[in-house]
Design a protein around this ligand. Structure first.
Ligand code: ADP
Ligand code: MG
Length: 253
């Protein structure tokens, strides 16, 4: 059964893209067929795979606004079993262009449903907002995975996210569930990190992954080399932990 997982949190900089890119790559390395869907106009997941945005002919924008079939937009990556739907800054206009479109919240779902059975996992990298692009992602998804950065105010805004998830469940996508919560940029040397972990576990209890992603400089360097961490530095702590996370996600099946 294919799982469509939206990686969402309306806060920027919490590790959505890092998690999308590296979880996708690690799932592929565990022999799963994966489609990574970039639906953030910043296109960071796209460049994270070394794709030159100026050379992209068709992107997520064309799927949503011009009804271009998904198969005409999917691109290969350097990793076997891993394909990507790229996004470019053009997508920034889509929220407005879609306003007058019928069933605009279900556009992505209708497009993804046609091809999702070719994959074991479809991972959607959401933008840092709760706007129409994130609503489309939550509507297309079977579950939502929330990265939470171990920092002060970590839980701030999460009730808003959970309210949005509940609204989508009620009105658009009754099967949507919470896949899990992953703590990112964890630093075992700081009390703050440890405190945040406790708080998040109190709040989400068994939904928090055992695997926590440490703050790791190699993870932040990898995108500028256009590579996921398992290619850029497979021996790094970041690589090891994203592989662990992928195993935990698979174990949840
Ligand atoms: P989001 O997609 O939620 O905005 P990103 O994944 O782009 O967040 O991460 C924000 C910044 O933090 C990026 O520069 C990224 O390279 C860096 N980063 C993310 N996770 C880690 C980590 N575990 N260790 C170190 N740097 C990280
Ligand atoms: Mg991002």
């Amino acid at each position: 059964m294919v799982k469509v997982i939206a990686i969402a949190n309306q806060k920027g900089g919490v590790g959505k893209t890092t998690t999308s890119v590296n979880l996708s790559a690690c799932l592929s390395s565990l022999e799963k067929k994966v489609l990574l869907v970039d639906i953030d106009p910043q296109g960071n997941a796209t460049s994270g795979f070394g794709i030159d945005k100026s050379k992209i002919k068709k992107s997520m924008y064309d799927i949503l606004v011009n009804d271009v079939p998904v198969e005409n937009v999917i691109m290969r990556t350097d990793i076997e079993n891993l394909k990507i739907i790229p996004a470019t800054i053009q997508l920034a206009g889509a929220e407005i262009e879609l306003v007058s479109v019928m069933s605009r919240e279900t556009k992505l779902k209708r497009m993804i449903d046609k091809i999702k059975y070719d994959y074991d996992y479809v991972i959607i990298d959401c933008p840092p907002s709760l706007g129409l692009l994130t609503i489309n992602s939550l509507t297309a998804a079977s579950s939502v995975l929330v990265p939470i950065q171990c920092e002060f105010y970590a839980l701030e805004g999460l009730s808003q996210l959970m309210n949005t998830v509940a609204l989508v469940q009620k009105n658009l996508n009754p099967i949507l569930e919470l896949e899990g919560v992953v703590l990112t940029m964890f630093d075992s040397r700081t009390n703050l990190s440890i405190q945040v972990v406790d708080e998040v576990k109190n709040h989400f209890s068994h939904k928090v992954y055992r695997t926590m992603i440490p703050r790791n400089v190699r993870l932040s360097e990898a995108p500028s080399h256009g590579q996921p961490i398992i290619l850029y530095d497979p021996k790094s702590k970041g690589s090891e932990m994203y592989l662990e996370l992928a195993k935990e996600v698979i174990g949840d099946e």
